[in-house]
Design a protein around this ligand. Structure first.
Ligand code: G6P
Ligand code: MG
Length: 215
């Protein structure tokens, strides 16, 4: 038995599969600029802020844009992304996610969201699980992007727990690094070969309290 007191969940790719919507919107933007990008490159965008993602994509396409043009492009991507988000229903919560959060809550474990997305609250409201979170730290509340641990450290602070008492759930390479940099345990959601986490599972439907306390 360890002293886990809180779980901090990333949103995109952990609670909901908005990673697919981000990909579709970025791909549409890249294609409109005359180039494409690969699934492998897309992997590097997970957990990365909107502004930084655009910089990376423009770099891959060999395209240079002014700061003003970049703002227009980032807004366009977000408009396309939100068109998909606004169609979301509660049945889009990833398998086992809501159930695992509820099991944690019943066990007295505090719950926070730790996401780079500025659209986090809209998404939580759309899928109807906002009330399951004791704290929500999103892209509007932090200034340093993952792999900086700020978002998770702010989550721990909001829950009044120490970093070493927290377990982070992440699907992004940058997010796993951020959790480790914050001195937290981390469960990777995805493939073991990609994520260097304390435990890697394919989804929250594979997570149990037993596994949590064995970390
Ligand atoms: C998450 C996603 C990223 C996304 C970032 C910002 O971390 O994994 O793909 O770029 O949030 O999201 P936003 O909704 O603010 O554009
Ligand atoms: Mg994610």
């Amino acid at each position: 038995m360890n002293n886990i007191k809180a779980c901090i969940f990333d949103l995109d790719g952990v609670i909901v599969d908005t990673a697919v919507y981000h990909y579709k919107a970025w791909k549409r933007l890249a294609n409109s600029l005359g180039f494409d990008f690969t699934e492998h490159q897309n992997e590097q965008l997970k957990g990365v802020s909107r502004v930084r993602s655009l910089e990376l994509i423009l770099g891959w396409g060999g395209v240079t844009k002014t700061a003003e043009e970049q703002e227009v492009l980032a807004t366009q991507k977000n408009t396309w992304y939100m068109e998909m988000v606004n169609q979301m229903k509660p049945d889009e919560i990833l398998p086992g996610a809501k159930e695992f959060v509820e099991v944690c809550r019943k066990a007295g474990i505090k719950i926070a969201l730790g996401s780079a997305s500025k659209n986090s609250m809209t998404i939580l409201n759309k899928i109807g699980i906002t009330n399951l979170f004791d704290a929500v730290i999103d892209g509007n509340k932090v200034s340093k992007a993952k792999p900086d641990p700020e978002v998770f450290l702010e989550g721990a602070k909001a829950l009044s727990v120490a970093p070493e008492e927290c377990v982070v759930f992440e699907d992004a390479i940058a997010g796993v690094e951020a959790a480790k940099a914050g001195g937290m345990k981390v469960v990777g959601i995805g493939q073991p070969g990609v994520l260097d986490a304390d435990l890697v599972i394919s989804g929250l439907d594979k997570m149990t309290l037993d596994k949590l306390f064995k970390l």
